[in-house]
Design a protein around this ligand. Structure first.
Ligand code: PEP
Length: 248
């Protein structure tokens, strides 16, 4: 049995004080109602160290939303995987479509980020997914295949133990228009099947989250699907009660 993981992605929201308050509220709600899945909150870099201090890591893990594709040195404004790890964070989200689109992160750059994250003891939530135009052209499987093969397909079974895949159709992110459970399940099954071509054992154990307008009303039905092992949640992770309902 694969465990489920519900992860929040705050994106570029919340100042430091607001972030600490939200993390504390989420932690308190989870303490009251012990989750039967793994919970992660993904925060901007500035929150990581403080949020790591205020949460109970047996209830909730902390994730960065990005890290540099270089180990260290003269890269003004960048934050390395080693720096992320030193804050107490356990995870990093890589390959989010917003990073691919707005910051031109290519599969080769993401491959380097994945390598550095794993080498520095971070687990990776690796996002893949197609645009609306690609979905309308029936290219969702080809896009997921290319994004997997471009950045994570080469990993060893040992490294795959520290990788979570998040299938996030871009047309469903922040639009309020989630994929249906059947649409999501079909792509999750494809992803797992494609990974099985490399290793059946890896395919059986890898956690594949769905992301795209998951909220407290649609999460339960999505989670009934056999290949949906939780969710990566954007907007609804900014409200502690809604996030707690998704976890529940
Ligand atoms: C996301 O950004 O990863 C996401 C899934 O956002 P939302 O839940 O707001 O669609």
């Amino acid at each position: 049995m694969r465990k489920h993981i519900v992860a929040g992605n705050w994106k570029m929201n919340k100042n430091l004080q607001e972030g600490i308050a939200l993390a504390t509220e989420i932690n308190d709600l989870l303490k009251a109602e012990k989750p039967n899945c793994e919970v992660i909150i993904g925060t901007p870099f500035i929150h990581l160290a403080k949020v790591s201090e205020v949460v109970d890591h047996s209830l909730v893990a902390v994730s960065a939303e990005n890290c540099a594709d270089k180990a260290s040195g003269a890269y003004t404004g960048e934050v390395s995987a080693e720096m992320v790890k030193s804050t107490g964070a356990e995870y990093v989200i890589l390959g989010h479509s917003e990073r691919r689109e707005y910051y031109h992160e290519t599969p080769a750059i993401l491959k380097e980020k994945v390598h550095l994250a794993l080498a520095n003891g971070l687990k990776v939530i690796f996002c893949i997914g197609e645009s609306l135009a690609q979905r309308e052209a029936g290219e969702q499987e080809a896009v997921c295949k290319a994004e997997l093969e471009g950045s994570v397909f080469h990993l060893t079974p040992e490294q795959w133990k520290n990788v979570v895949i998040a299938y996030e159709p871009i047309w469903a992110i922040g639009t309020g228009k989630s994929a249906t459970p059947a649409q999501a399940q079909a792509v999750h099954a494809f992803i797992r099947g494609h990974i099985a071509k490399k290793s059946q054992a890896v395919a059986d154990q890898v956690i594949i989250q769905y992301g795209g307008s998951v909220n407290d009303a649609n999460a339960a039905e999505l989670f009934t699907q056999p290949d949906i092992d939780g969710a990566l949640v954007g907007g609804a992770s900014l409200k502690a009660p809604a996030f707690a309902v998704i976890v529940k």
